[in-house]
Design a protein around this ligand. Structure first.
Ligand SMILES: Nc1c(NC[C@H](O)[C@H](O)[C@H](O)CO)[nH]c(=O)[nH]c1=O
Ligand SMILES: CC(=O)[C@@H](O)COP(=O)(O)O
Length: 221
C-alpha cells in the first residue's frame, strides 16, 4: 500500500458552499456493490458541502462504456430544462411584480438572475448543471476488453467536459482485481483494511470545480 502521507488528495484550500449548485451523477450498474458504496460516499460529501438533496440528480446506465454519452446528454438536458423554465420564471416574476406595485412592470435585470438560479415549485433548481460526476467500476477480466473500455471512457469523458464547458468529474475505478476496487470504495476486505472511498474525493472535486467555473465563465480570476 502506498504511503498515505504522500499519495492522496489534501483537504480543499478553502471551504466551498454548494448550497446553490445543481449536480448530476450518472453511474454505471456493473459491479453494483462497489458502485453503491461509491455513490453513497459521493452523495454524502456533496451534502456535507451544502448541496441540497433536491439538487442532486442521479441517473444510471448499464456499464461504464455508456457514461460519456449519458454525461453529454445530461448536460444538454439540463440546459434545455433551464431554457424551458425561463419563460415561466419571467412570467411569474412579472405577475408577482405587478401584484406588488399594482402596475405592469417589465422584467427587471433580476429576471436574468432568476433565470440563472431557476427554481421550480418543488424547490429544486432547474438551472443547467454546475458539474457532473460520472461513476463506474471497471475490473480487469481475462481479455483486452478492460483496456479498450478504460481508454474509450477516459477520453470520452474528457472530451465531453472540454466540448461542453461543464466540469465532469472522472469517477471511474479501473481496477486490476476485485480487492483493488473494494479498497477504493472504502469496503476493503483484506488485511490492508477498508481503504478510502474515492467517492468522497469526487464530491469535493465537483463542488470545487463548480465554484471556480462559475467565476471563470464570467471572466473573474
Ligand atoms: N466489464 C465491465 C463493463 N462492461 C460493459 C460495458 O461497459 C458496456 O456496458 C457494454 O459493453 C455495452 O456497451 N462495464 C463496467 O462498467 N465495468 C466492467 O467491469
Ligand atoms: C472490464 C471488462 O470488460 C471485463 O470485466 C470483461 O471481462 P473479460 O475480459 O474476462 O471478458
Amino acid at each position: 500500500m502506498s504511503d498515505p502521507t504522500i499519495k492522496g488528495l489534501p483537504p480543499p484550500p478553502t471551504k466551498y458552499d454548494g448550497s446553490n449548485f445543481r449536480i448530476a451523477i450518472v453511474h454505471a450498474r456493473w459491479n453494483d456493490a462497489i458502485i453503491k458504496a461509491l455513490l453513497e460516499g459521493t452523495i454524502n460529501k456533496l451534502k456535507e458541502q451544502g448541496v441540497k438533496q433536491e439538487n442532486i440528480v442521479v441517473k444510471s446506465v448499464p456499464g461504464s462504456y455508456e457514461l460519456p454519452f449519458a454525461t453529454k446528454q445530461l448536460i444538454e438536458a439540463g440546459k434545455t430544462q433551464s431554457a424551458n423554465a425561463a419563460p415561466s420564471m419571467i412570467a411569474s416574476t412579472t405577475n408577482l411584480l405587478s401584484l406588488i406595485d399594482n402596475t405592469t412592470s417589465q422584467p427587471s435585470g433580476d429576471s436574468q438572475k432568476s433565470e440563472n438560479t431557476n427554481t421550480n415549485t418543488g424547490g429544486a433548481l432547474t438551472k443547467p448543471f454546475d458539474a457532473i460526476i460520472s461513476i463506474g467500476c471497471l475490473i480487469k477480466g481475462s481479455t483486452m476488453h478492460f483496456e479498450y473500455i478504460c481508454d474509450a471512457v477516459t477520453h470520452g469523458l474528457m472530451r465531453v467536459q472540454l466540448d461542453t464547458g461543464t466540469p465532469v468529474v472522472f469517477g471511474v475505478l479501473t481496477a486490476l482485481n476485485d480487492d483493488q476496487a473494494l479498497e477504493r470504495a472504502g469496503i476493503g476486505r483484506t488485511e490492508k483494511g477498508k481503504g478510502h472511498n474515492h467517492g468522497e474525493d469526487w464530491g469535493l472535486a465537483a463542488v470545487e470545480l463548480a465554484t471556480q467555473n462559475q467565476d471563470w465563465v464570467k471572466g473573474v480570476l
